[in-house]
Ligand binder design. Structure first.
Ligand SMILES: [Fe+2]
Length: 189
């Protein structure tokens, strides 16, 4: 908990790099952290025998005050593929059923995938400048289909909670695969 004398908090954001200061927490996500999310499991195993590439990184800032409050997450997804599947975030649903989020694509291109995991799916084409509201109860995942860094900002409530297991169990309805160098949405069985 912060005392009122610490308010307000301002961060110095570098939109090119997708970093900010001060930054109390950086969470790296290597391939081993989301290996079950990719479709080509033999390629996953083959890569992991040799190295464990960094797929994306999240920088958190929890705006913790004496009241219920919000949090900021800035994610940098590196360019690349695992087999034919573009680098992406693990994807999650919020644990609390009443918690939405706002995502802002600062740099790069790709897709924001939204899925209720109960039959409703949307793929939002994403590029720098797009702001998308994620309604409560929609799982969300970002896919980098470009040749460069994709940076996005997420603003959510500290109490939202992150359920990654439900995505691992059910999967998104579509995957974003590279076909002749171009992204294509492929329906999952
Ligand atoms: Fe979220």
């Amino acid at each position: 908990m912060l005392t009122p004398i610490d308010y307000p908090i301002s961060l110095d954001f570098d939109a090119e790099n997708g970093t900010f200061e001060p930054c109390p927490q950086v969470t790296p996500r290597h391939l081993s952290d989301l290996k079950e999310m990719f479709s080509d499991q033999s390629t996953v195993a083959q890569i992991l025998r040799e190295n464990d590439p960094l797929i994306y990184e999240i920088r958190y800032y929890p705006f913790t005050t004496t009241k219920s409050d919000m949090a900021l997450a800035v994610t940098r997804i590196f360019p690349g593929t695992i087999g034919n599947e573009f680098y992406m975030t693990k994807g999650h649903k919020h644990q609390r059923e009443d918690q939405p989020e706002v995502y802002y694509c600062v740099r790069g291109e790709g897709f924001l995938l939204l899925d209720t995991l109960e039959g409703e799916f949307r793929a939002i084409p994403w590029r720098a400048g797009v702001i998308t509201h994620i309604p409560p109860m929609w799982a969300h995942r970002v896919v980098n289909t470009g040749n460069d860094l994709l940076v996005f900002i997420g603003v959510f409530h500290l109490s939202a909670g992150h359920d990654y297991d439900i995505v691992a169990r059910k999967g998104f309805a579509y995957r974003v695969l590279s076909r002749n160098g171009k992204p294509e949405l492929i329906k999952q069985d």
